[in-house]
Design a protein around this ligand. Structure first.
Ligand SMILES: [Zn+2]
Length: 210
């Protein structure tokens, strides 16, 4: 069994989606300053780094992150490699050989190879199209992961991909780093912080290869 970490590290120099709070990790107590222990004060947005969007992110009265079903967040997942240079559309999905009955799908795109290496946030990331989102819903998918900070095109005016998926209670997993991960079947383990009433939360996320 191999456990593959597909999370990005949280630090003040990480990529932040424009408009989200900057990350601060500051010492609250420090052994080097004579305190008895090291302890930190954290400042970050709920959609920092590798994180989950719960339906409440876009729809006020829907599920918060602490109420997401754990049996959706943990279980068999298929990693599909899609090498489009624009958006993931229906044609890409049809060619991706996604096994029938797939409930959790994770998209490995050129984002993993190129975008995470950049110094700052990159707006030209690969995203999922609205038609692609609807196609995945038809397929019965419950969780969709992607390898950059949003599943949706940058500055999408109506956030239609988020609305289509979240209104159907599909869990969106964003900010994955899939460098070195081969396409295929894995067991996904994604456990977002249990923030009461939260719209989303950072999630240490791993793939388990049997
Ligand atoms: Zn998000």
């Amino acid at each position: 069994m191999r456990v593959i970490d597909i999370s990005v590290a949280i630090s003040s120099s990480m990529h932040i989606y424009p408009g989200d709070p900057a990350v601060e990790v500051q010492p609250a107590s420090a052994i080097s300053k004579g305190d008895s222990n090291n302890s930190s004060r954290l400042v970050m947005g709920s959609h920092t780094g590798t994180h989950v969007d719960s339906p409440r992110h876009f729809i006020q009265d829907m599920l918060s992150v602490d109420k997401l079903p754990l049996d959706v967040l943990v279980g068999k997942a298929y990693v599909a490699e899609i090498l489009t240079t624009t958006q993931i559309g229906v044609k890409d999905l049809e060619k991706a050989a996604i096994p029938p009955g797939t409930k959790r799908i994770i998209f490995k795109t050129v984002n993993s190879k190129l975008i995470w290496k950049a110094k700052d946030f990159q707006p030209d990331y690969i995203s999922l199209s609205v038609d692609g989102a609807k196609w995945l819903l038809q397929m019965g998918v419950r969780l969709i992961g992607i390898d950059y900070l949003s599943i949706e095109q940058f500055k999408s005016p109506q956030h239609e991909v988020h609305h289509v998926l979240l209104e159907a209670n599909v869990v969106i997993l964003e900010g994955l780093n899939l460098t070195g991960v081969s396409p295929g079947e894995y067991t996904l383990c994604c456990l977002p912080l249990k923030i009461s009433g939260g719209d989303g939360a950072p999630a240490r996320t791993v793939l388990i290869e049997e």
